[in-house]
Design a binder for this molecule. Structure first.
Ligand code: ZN
Length: 325
C-alpha cells in the first residue's frame, strides 16, 4: 500500500532570480537552502527556499525563467494557492510585515479557517494559515523573521480543476481521504490524516480554460514518501488509476518519480532523504552553486551561461527591530 503523508515540496516558475530570492528570503524569511541548476536544463537556476535545514515539507523551489514572453497563464489543471503554516497568533505579525514590504494581502476565510492571501512578485498565489502544529524542522537563525513567527512548513495546496472529482479519486489512491467541503464555494478538502503539517489538498472547480505553464505558475506539487520501496509501490498504485509514472530519478537531495494526474496537475513523489546536506554542510547551504557529479566537469561553462543572480544577504531579525530601541 502506497500512502503519502503530505507535501514534500512545491516547485514553481519564477522570473528574475534575484527578485525571486529577495522575496522568499528577505520578505518571507526562508533560507536559500540550495542553489543549483535545473538538471534537465542547465541554463536555468534551480533555487530552493526552506527552513533552517531545508526539511522536507518546508521547501518551495523555483526555476527562474528569464527569457521574455514565457509568462504563464492561470487556469484549470494548476495549483492556485500554496499555503504555509505559521505559528498560532502570528497572522497579525505577517499582515504588518507584508504591508511593510509593499505586499498586498487580504484576509480570507476558507472552510472556517482564516488565511492571509497574497502573491509573490511573479504572481504565484500564496497563503499563510495559523496553526498550533509543531515545526517539523529547525528555524533559521539568520532569518530576518524572528523564530517565533517563521513559517513552519507547508499547510496545504489548493488545486483548480475543471472536474475536481477526477483528481479526488487520484488523491484517494495516493493516501488522501475526502474530509470536508463547502459546496457553495465549490471546495472539497482531502487530508492524509497523518501527524504533522502539509497534509491537506483543497480542490476547487473552475470554468477557466486549461492554464499555460510559465512564469508565475506552479510547475508541480511533490508528495512525501519514505524511500524507494514506497516509490515502487506508488508506481503500482498510480498504474491502477491509469497514471503512467516515470522511473525513479536521482535528484541528489531526494529520489523522485513523476506522474501527471488527469486534471492536468503534475505530481511528484519524493523521498525524505538524503537531504540538502548531501553535497555541502548545513552551515553553508545555498552559498555556492551546487552541481551533481555528472555536471561538475562542465561547471565553468554552466556558470558562465547562467543569468545574473545576486543572492540576498539578510541579517538576523534583531537588526530589523533596532528602530524600536
Ligand atoms: Zn520537484
Amino acid at each position: 500500500m502506497a500512502e503519502t503523508t503530505g507535501i514534500h515540496h512545491v516547485t514553481a516558475i519564477g522570473g528574475d532570480p534575484t527578485r525571486n530570492a529577495r522575496f522568499y528570503v528577505e520578505t518571507l524569511g526562508l533560507r536559500l537552502v540550495k542553489r543549483t541548476v535545473n538538471h534537465d536544463d542547465t541554463g536555468t537556476y534551480h533555487l530552493y527556499f526552506g527552513d533552517g535545514e531545508g526539511t522536507p515539507g518546508t521547501n518551495i523551489t523555483f526555476f527562474p525563467w528569464t527569457d521574455d514572453g514565457r509568462q504563464g497563464e492561470f487556469g484549470a489543471g494548476q495549483t492556485q494557492y500554496t499555503a504555509y503554516a505559521v505559528p498560532e497568533g502570528s497572522l497579525g505579525y505577517w499582515a504588518d510585515r507584508l504591508a511593510a514590504h509593499g505586499v498586498d494581502a487580504e484576509r480570507v476565510e476558507v472552510l472556517g479557517q482564516e488565511r492571509l492571501r497574497f502573491s509573490d512578485p511573479d504572481g504565484i498565489g500564496l497563503e499563510l494559515v495559523a496553526t498550533d502544529a509543531e515545526r517539523p524542522g529547525e528555524p533559521w537563525a539568520d532569518s530576518p523573521v524572528p523564530a517565533e513567527h517563521q513559517l513552519l512548513a507547508f499547510a496545504g495546496v489548493t488545486l483548480a480543476l475543471a472536474d475536481p472529482s477526477v483528481t479526488g479519486e487520484v488523491l484517494e489512491a495516493i493516501g488522501y481521504e475526502r474530509v470536508s467541503g463547502d459546496t457553495d464555494a465549490g471546495i472539497t478538502r482531502y487530508d492524509t490524516g497523518a501527524d504533522g503539517l502539509g497534509t491537506w489538498v483543497d480542490l476547487v472547480g473552475t470554468d477557466t480554460p486549461r492554464g499555460r505553464m510559465g512564469v508565475g505558475t506552479v510547475h508541480h506539487v511533490a508528495f512525501r514518501l519514505a524511500d524507494e520501496d514506497e516509490q515502487r509501490a506508488m508506481q503500482d498504485a498510480l498504474d491502477e488509476v491509469g497514471m503512467d509514472a516515470t522511473e525513479i530519478i536521482d535528484r541528489t537531495y531526494f529520489r523522485a518519480i513523476y506522474a501527471r494526474e488527469p486534471g492536468g496537475v503534475l505530481f511528484e513523489f519524493a523521498t525524505m532523504g538524503p537531504g540538502f546536506d548531501a553535497d555541502e554542510p548545513v552551515e553553508s547551504l545555498g552559498e555556492r552553486l551546487a552541481l551533481p557529479e555528472w555536471l561538475e566537469d562542465e561547471r565553468e561553462e554552466i556558470e558562465a551561461a547562467l543569468p545574473a543572480f545576486e543572492a540576498p544577504t539578510p541579517g538576523p531579525a534583531a537588526n530589523e527591530t533596532s528602530a524600536d530601541d
